[in-house]
Design a binder for this molecule. Structure first.
Ligand code: FES
Length: 213
């Protein structure tokens, strides 16, 4: 089977909506801890209807990232921000007829950049209440942390043994040893997703997996 679908190759070779909107209403630059790549999204949003009237991206990432960013700009353009923020990375990958598992994090990067741009716009327009970090919210964030090799969420892979949120401290127990080859990568991804939350003071990750014998 070919590594990349025809659609991925098509969007990589002819990406839609590339560039930067000069007088953008919202912008976000996101980086992927998995590979160090970056993606910038700029948006024009109609204040009354909340419709995304224009969207552009600049990717400093791989072919999968370019293809995913391209497809999400098509999926988001003409939709309201409320609809666009429901676009998930799996949906974006499906829209491209799939991505190789090791490239799923590139779709996460694209979708995260879109979501942060929208979130910033909503914050500036007083549309977001400071939502407290609940266990549900933490779980939602952890579902977007992937095993870099399989492209499957650490939650689905049952690597998340337990977690707790108390007094601004998030404690996470993972079924990995500290020496595991992906331990530092997964830990960086978790910090990326949780450290910036306004009421989170500390994220403690415990590697409690048993060493393989
Ligand atoms: Fe970095 Fe795809 S975005 S490898």
């Amino acid at each position: 089977m070919a590594l990349y679908s025809k659609k991925v190759i098509e969007h990589f070779k002819h990406p839609r909506n590339v560039g930067e909107i000069a007088d953008a209403d919202a912008a976000a630059m996101e980086g992927s801890p998995a590979c160090g790549d970056m993606l910038k999204i700029t948006l024009k949003i109609d204040e009354k209807t909340h419709v995304i009237t224009d969207i552009k991206f600049e990717s400093f990432g791989c072919a999968s990232n370019i293809a995913t960013a391209s497809i999400i700009t098509e999926m988001a353009k003409g939709r309201t921000i409320e609809e666009a923020e429901r676009i998930g990375w799996k949906q974006a990958a499906d829209e491209l007829d799939g991505l190789p598992p090791v490239k799923m994090h590139c779709a996460v990067l694209a979708v995260d950049a879109l979501k942060s741009a929208i979130e910033q716009w909503k914050e500036r327009h007083g549309l977001v209440e400071k939502e407290p970090t609940t266990p549900d919210k933490v779980l939602r964030k952890l579902r977007n942390v992937l095993n870099p090799l399989t492209g499957v969420s650490i939650v689905r892979m049952q690597l998340l043994l337990d977690f707790d949120v108390a007094d601004g401290i998030v404690t996470i127990d993972l079924d990995l040893t500290p020496e595991h080859k992906f331990a530092s990568h997964i830990s960086e991804e978790i910090h990326e997703k949780l450290d910036h939350l306004w009421d989170v003071k500390e994220v403690k990750i415990n590697f409690v997996g048993k060493p393989e014998v």
